[in-house]
Design a protein around this ligand. Structure first.
Ligand code: HEC
Ligand code: HEC
Ligand code: HEC
Ligand code: HEC
Length: 211
């Protein structure tokens, strides 16, 4: 009976896949041919059953517990400083959790260096606590340098990017820039580097920065 439910659940999740099909299939996140993902696409990240109940989106991958050097050089963690989706991304991309650590397995294959963001974020665009949009108390240089945010997103003409919710450990929920502000895990649109919109002529950057 359990087994039968499992396959029905898988079919339901694959039903969702048909919308994402042309997008994640053959993208850098299609691990179905890799030999370590059981020949499936969604499974390293999502599962129809036995998901991690501390996370949204039926999450199936072991979560990172790394300590980071944040962009400004201070110390931080994914739980305290990132939005939830960025923590999901870094559970492969910081290089501390194996790619094949999903569904309760202990894996041994790690992200290649070319795609490894690492735990030192001084050389990376700020995310989470360091990229509040707008900051709780905007500094004078904020106005005129950034486009206004409306309802959790920022737009420049037809280009629009979503801000992410971050729970500030010292109180309140704020909109911030996260990995999935600039990227789409399912590579919708199939832009190079899985960006959320095309970055031709730096359109991702110009969506927020007035330059
Ligand atoms: C490499 C990891 C990864 C893979 C593989 C993956 N997803 Fe996701 N998925 C995510 C992440 C991360 C989020 C959360 C994105 C956010 O909240 O910004 C997400 C969110 C979702 C959502 C919620 C709606 C949305 O788009 O935000 C659905 C539905 C979903 N995924 C379905 C699927 C299906 C079906 C597959 C397989 C065809 C799949 N995903 C493959 C990482 C992945
Ligand atoms: C299950 C592990 C896993 C998770 C979770 C994951 N990734 Fe990846 N990602 C990979 C692997 C593996 C590659 C391909 C590495 C390579 O071949 O260089 C990759 C590649 C990428 C690339 C490079 C694409 C390119 O063509 O240059 C981007 C960008 C990326 N991931 C962003 C994200 C973001 C954003 C998230 C969270 C929404 C995320 N990843 C979550 C494993 C993961
Ligand atoms: C402000 C926008 C932005 C944010 C936030 C962002 N990225 Fe990226 N990322 C990009 C762009 C743009 C590229 C492509 C760079 C290029 O064209 O060379 C990229 C490239 C990548 C690559 C491919 C390797 C490389 O450096 O070329 C990976 C992997 C990646 N990002 C993962 C992540 C993860 C994980 C997060 C969250 C911690 C994240 N990104 C946050 C904009 C962003
Ligand atoms: C979704 C909005 C958004 C997008 C898209 C975006 N940025 Fe940013 N950027 C921010 C925020 C927020 C900060 C942090 C401001 C602060 O210090 O509080 C920031 C900071 C920066 C900084 C200053 C970092 C420092 O060390 O002080 C640079 C440079 C920068 N961004 C460049 C880029 C580039 C290049 C891109 C495109 C790849 C990009 N940004 C895309 C919102 C964005």
């Amino acid at each position: 009976m359990k087994r039968r439910n499992f396959w029905l659940g898988t079919a339901a999740l694959l039903g969702l896949a048909s919308t994402a099909n042309a997008q994640i299939t053959n993208s850098a996140h299609d691990f179905s041919g890799s030999g370590w993902a059981d020949g499936e696409i969604c499974k390293p990240c999502h599962t129809p059953h036995f998901a991690d109940i501390t996370m949204p989106r039926l999450w199936n991958h072991t979560l990172t517990t790394a300590t980071y050097t944040l962009h400004d050089g201070s110390t931080g963690t994914a739980t305290a400083d990132f939005d939830v989706a960025s923590r999901m991304c870094m559970s492969c991309h910081d290089g501390t959790v194996a790619l094949d650590s999903f569904g309760g397995r202990n894996g041994s294959l790690y992200i290649p260096n070319r795609s490894k963001i690492g735990v030192d974020l001084r050389d990376d665009h700020p995310v989470g606590s360091e990229a509040q949009y707008p900051p709780l108390n905007p500094p004078t240089w904020w106005s005129g340098a950034f486009r206004p945010a409306t309802k959790g997103s920022v737009a420049n003409g037809a280009d629009r990017l979503s801000l992410k919710s971050w729970v500030n450990p010292s109180g309140g929920t704020q909109f911030v820039v996260g990995c999935t502000t600039c990227h789409n895990a399912h590579n919708r649109g199939n832009f190079p580097h899985m960006t959320a919109i095309t970055n031709a002529s730096s359109r991702v950057c110009l969506t927020c920065h007035i330059k």
